[in-house]
Write a protein that binds this ligand. Structure first.
Ligand code: SF4
Length: 286
């Protein structure tokens, strides 16, 4: 059996930097507080908690003088303002590519356009993007786009981890509804690269594994893209999720992982598959 590991499987640079900042700040100050989970992965959250990076549900729960970390996927402007007004020690781990989306959407609004965000309702990144402007419309699917009223001028951005296909479907519908449509493609480059890799990799393998938490939208999207091309595609959260039977009659197994999956979990899954297939080395798929 041969194992092909997607070259960029796992943490994107934005999540990696944010997680490292959380560990470093906890080490320096003894603890650090985050409003919600820094990544959608239970193992990372547990490990960070042990290191002193705690999850709280409001700024009021942060003890006086302790640092508060703003997560990679951005924060509602009201919360940032509240933290500033309280003169809290803010450690800003917002990914620069999410910050770019905030800048783009404000420019579109200043240009007098109705704002449309292509993204998942209630997702933290989308909440943060939406908070940058007044009354944006959030559209998650093509069906929702068909429900929109016609409008003269609109500006559109997308959540960084959307699939190109979903965004294209929605933009096609918007073209028939908006006279003056300006679309800024804000799917981030790590997302585009990982999606392109899994589309090719899944076609070349007998079995595909996507490693990631079921709470991670990004991992789920990779799994969907893989399943569309390879019916023997499985999403696993860790090595113990793997059923050996899945690898029956398998010559090539492909592996990718969501942007919130840490290296050690990828390593454990690799080790388990190597053990099942009696493989020494994986090959990197670029
Ligand atoms: S998925 Fe993209 S935008 Fe989001 S944190 Fe990672 S690099 Fe940044």
């Amino acid at each position: 059996m041969k194992i092909l590991l997607a070259k960029n499987a796992g943490y994107c640079f934005g999540v990696r930097d944010a997680v490292n900042m959380a560990y470093d700040t906890a080490k320096e100050h003894g603890d650090v507080y985050m409003l919600g989970h820094i990544v959608h992965n239970e193992n990372v959250v547990d490990d960070l908690d042990k290191a002193g990076a705690k999850v709280v549900d409001s700024l009021d729960s942060v003890p006086d003088g302790r640092p508060v970390l703003l997560r990679a996927h951005g924060t509602h402007v009201d919360i940032v303002e509240e933290a500033k007004n309280k003169k809290m020690n803010i450690v800003d781990a917002t990914c620069p590519l999410v910050r770019d989306i905030h800048d783009e959407i404000k420019t579109l609004e200043a240009d007098g356009r109705k704002i449309i965000i292509i993204g998942d309702h209630g997702h933290d990144e989308v909440v943060g993007i939406a908070s940058q402007v007044k009354d944006p419309i959030i559209v998650a699917t093509a069906d929702e786009a068909t429900e929109l009223r016609k409008t003269k001028r609109a500006g559109v951005v997308s959540q960084s981890t959307q699939t190109i296909e979903n965004v294209q479907d929605i933009i096609n519908i918007l073209m028939s509804k908006v006279v003056d449509l300006r679309f800024i493609n804000t799917i981030c480059f790590p997302t585009k690269r990982n999606q392109e890799q899994i589309k090719e990799l899944s076609k070349q393998c007998d079995v595909m594994f996507v490693i990631g938490s079921f709470t991670s939208a990004n991992s789920k999207r990779l799994t969907d893209l893989s399943k569309e091309r390879n019916s023997r595609s499985y999403q696993v959260t860790c090595a113990s999720d793997i059923d050996e039977k899945w690898l029956d009659n398998c010559e090539i197994v492909g592996i990718s992982a969501g942007a919130s999956t840490p290296d050690n979990i990828i390593g454990e899954v690799l080790d388990k598959i190597k053990e099942i297939g009696n493989v020494q080395e994986e090959e990197i798929y670029a």
